[in-house]
Design a protein around this ligand. Structure first.
Ligand code: IMP
Ligand code: MG
Length: 182
């Protein structure tokens, strides 16, 4: 069972809900008087749960789209080389873009992604992440909306996985070492 794999709960469902409302308020304020269309892009699969909660707190007309990327390398070490597995369905030219991520670690994935999106002539590109591991950053990327700063610990839940498991946990938690040191 999953519960016995959990070490500590880092953020409860209630803490996450409150943070999502806070972020949505910032985003609502930032975009409220914009005349351009806003396209909110969720990065699959991890940002799916966060995006679903966040967009229901947005008091703005929004387009929703998704991208799926896979980074070459092992599950715990990002190589910075990213392959787009699913591209946008929507055009972003002359639109405002808000990228929604679950967690930014080295920043290499988003660095690549924003470079790619930059070639499509969006009006603006901003980044929102629920969790930020600033300490691990290797690529310089401006993150505009940050939920929680977290230490260099491997976490799961609220959309975020280890080996494709634990995404359905309603809270964010660390795993017992023996779970991922197989
Ligand atoms: P990076 O910023 O390019 O290093 O990669 C960020 C991606 O790595 C995230 O979107 C997650 O998929 C994954 N990731 C980073 N830290 C964690 C973690 O603690 N648990 C689960 N996935 C993580
Ligand atoms: Mg991810």
């Amino acid at each position: 069972m999953m519960k016995q794999d959990i070490k500590d709960v880092m953020f409860t469902k209630e803490e996450i809900d409150a943070k999502v409302r806070e972020l949505a308020k910032e985003i609502n304020e930032h975009y409220q008087n914009r005349s351009k269309d806003l396209v909110v892009i969720g990065i699959l699969k991890g940002a799916n749960v966060f995006l679903a909660d966040l967009i229901r707190q947005l008091d703005l007309p929004v387009y929703i789209d998704f991208m799926a990327v896979s980074s070459y390398g092992t599950s715990t070490k990002s190589s910075g080389v990213v392959k787009i597995m699913k591209d946008l369905d929507l055009e972003i030219e002359n639109r405002d873009v808000l990228i929604v991520e679950d967690i930014i670690d080295t920043g290499l994935t988003l660095k690549y992604l924003t470079q790619n999106l930059n070639t499509r002539n969006a009006n603006s590109i901003k980044i929102c992440t629920l969790l930020n591991k600033e300490y691990r950053r290797m690529a310089e990327i401006p993150v505009d909306f940050i939920g929680f700063e977290i230490p260099d610990e491997f976490i799961v839940g609220y959309g975020i996985d280890f080996a494709e498991q634990y995404r359905n946990l309603p809270y964010i938690a660390t795993l017992k070492e023996e779970v991922y040191q197989e």
